[in-house]
Design a protein. Structure first.
Length: 194
């Protein structure tokens, strides 16, 4: 998760400037560089792969048409993340779907309070419970939780992406974790380890 460079680098600046001059090959390089990361952000927000693919494509189409508006005042990843989050939220609102992380959650640590629970509930059941817990969160808390927990972004970066206060993002994350813990405790005596 930490492999995503938070600063616009000279290669990005060159590519962006080339795209602004009409170089479609430079745009293709930008897409290849960021497509997988943007897809994963979107995939955590929407229910299925096809929707995530479509939204990823929409984000890059929007980027292509709005690249001249990017002046480097914010980090390039922030510009892309904001588009990805906004397109995902708009898609969910339009289709009345819930935000949910459906991608693999291998990196999520679960601590059992009861050894019998570990023997009874296998990894697949744990995954389903965690997905249900995340699904039950309000939209903004879900977005903050995904960006903080899975993408390991700072509160400052999340506040920039979602255009909300840092304090608000901290509160959203805190409440999201508490709600997930409460859900897991009520359903199988598990808790998140952050």
């Amino acid at each position: 998760m930490g492999d995503f460079n938070l600063n616009i680098n000279s290669e990005d600046i060159e590519l962006i400037n080339s795209v602004k001059e009409g170089n479609e090959n430079a745009f293709n390089l930008l897409v290849r560089k960021y497509q997988k990361k943007i897809y994963m952000v979107i995939r955590k927000m929407v229910l299925n792969h096809d929707d995530a693919d479509d939204i990823t494509q929409e984000v890059f189409i929007k980027l292509y048409h709005s690249i001249n508006e990017f002046r480097g005042e914010s980090k390039f990843f922030t510009y892309l993340y904001r588009m990805a989050i906004n397109f995902s939220l708009n898609h969910l609102l339009r289709n009345k779907k819930t935000l949910m992380k459906t991608a693999s959650i291998e990196n999520l640590s679960i601590a059992s309070k009861d050894k019998q629970a570990d023997e009874i509930i296998d990894a697949e059941e744990k995954t389903k419970l965690i997905e249900k817990a995340i699904e039950s969160l309000p939209d903004q808390q879900r977005a903050v939780f995904n960006l903080r927990y899975y993408e390991n972004l700072s509160y400052e970066d999340i506040s920039t992406i979602l255009n909300k206060s840092i304090g608000g993002m901290k509160a959203n994350y805190f409440h999201a974790v508490k709600k997930i813990e409460k859900f897991l405790k009520a359903n199988c005596k598990f808790e998140l380890i952050d």
